[in-house]
Design a protein around this ligand. Sequence first.
Ligand code: NAD
Ligand code: IPM
Ligand code: MN
Length: 348
Amino acid sequence: MNIAIIPGDGIGREVTAEAVKVLRTVQERFGKTLAFETLPWSADHFLQSGITIPANGYDLLRSFDAVFVGALGDPRVPDNRHARDILLGTRFELDLYVNYRPVRLLDERLCPLKGRGPADVNFAVFRENTEGLYVGVGGRFKAGTEDEVAIQEELNTYKGVHRIIRHAFEFARTRGLTKVCMADKSNAMTDGHALWQRVFKEVAARYPDIASTHYYIDALVMYMVLDPGQFQVIVTNNLFGDIVTDLGAAFQGGLGMAASGNIHPGRTSLFEPVHGSAPKFAGRNLANPIGAIASAALLLETRGWMDESAAIDAAILKAVHERQVTQDIGGTLGTSQAGDAIAAALPV
Ligand code: NAD
Ligand code: IPM
Ligand code: MN
C-alpha cells in the first residue's frame, strides 16, 4: 500500500512522525509492505515557494492508495490559504464526501462528563464534507470600510445530502447498530435544511430496521452532554459536524485523542487527527499522538487491513490503561515516547 504523508504544520509534524512510526512497526510485525512518500506542503513550504499545492497536486494524491495529514494552520498565514488548498481542496477535489469521526471513550478517567464511562460514549459522527458553508461561494463588497458587506452561502444539494445520510444508515446496518440521528437547523434554515428533512425521511424509510431520530443542532449538543449514551450514529452538515466533533473530542479526553477519515468509499481517502496545529504546543514534544495514530488505524481499516487496524487500537488502549501517555491525559511522556509506548504494545 502506498501512502502519501503530509505532516503539515506545528504539532502536525510531531504527531505524524509517531503515526508513521506505528505504521512502520505494524509493517514489520505483520510482514506486510507499506510505502511512504512525504510531501512538503505546509506553511513553511508556502512561505518559501509561494505554492500551496502544486498544479498536479490533487492528481498526485489520487495516485496513492491513501493520504495521511498531520495538521495545517500557521499564524504566519492568517488567511489560512494553504490549509484551504491542501486540506479543504483535497476534500473537494477528491470528492471525499464522508467525514467519519468516531467518538469512543477509552477510559472513564478521561471523560469530563460526571459518572460517564466507555459504555456511555461510543458513537460515530458522519459529517458531510464537500458542501455546506465550506464551498467558498460568496465574497466581500467594500471590504475594510464601514459599508462592508460579507456573504458566504451554504450549499445543500440533493445528491450531497442523500449520499452522506445513506452512508450513515449503511454504516449502522453493517455494524449491527439500530439508531441514526440527524441534526440540522431546519426551524431557522427553512430552505437549506428543509432539504435535509426531506432526504432524511426518504432514506430512513428504506431502513425500517433502524430507528431514525432528529434533533435540531442546538438540542443535539445539549443531549450529547446530558445523555451521550443514546447516540450510535449522528449525521449532520459540514459546519455542524466540525463543531460537534470537537465536543466529541472533549468527551474522549481532549482534542489529542480524536481520529478522523475523509472518505470516498472505494477511492483514495485522507486520514488525519481532528485537532489542528496547536502552535503553542509545537516543537515541544508535548502533543498527544493518539488522535493521529488512531487515524492511521482508520486508514488501515478502510483499506481492509482489519487485523492490523485492530492491533493499533488495542495498543492505544493498553498505553492509555497503563498511563504510558502524554501530559494532557494524565501521563508524563513526551510525544515521541508516547508513540514508542504504542509501537511497543503492538503484538510481536
Ligand atoms: P487546535 O486543535 O490546534 O488546538 C486547540 C487546543 O487543543 C490546543 O491549544 C491544545 O490545548 C489542544 N490540543 C490540540 N491537539 C492536541 C494534541 N495533539 N495534544 C494535546 N493537546 C492538543 O485548534 P486551534 O488552536 O483552534 O487551531 C490552531 C490552528 O490549527 C489554526 O490555524 C487552525 O485553523 C488549524 N486547524 C487545522 C486543522 C486540520 O488541519 N485538520 C484542524 C483544526 C484546526
Ligand atoms: C477540521 C478543521 C478544518 C475544518 C479547518 C482547519 C478548516 O477544523 O478538520 O475539523 O473546519 O474542517
Ligand atoms: Mn475542526
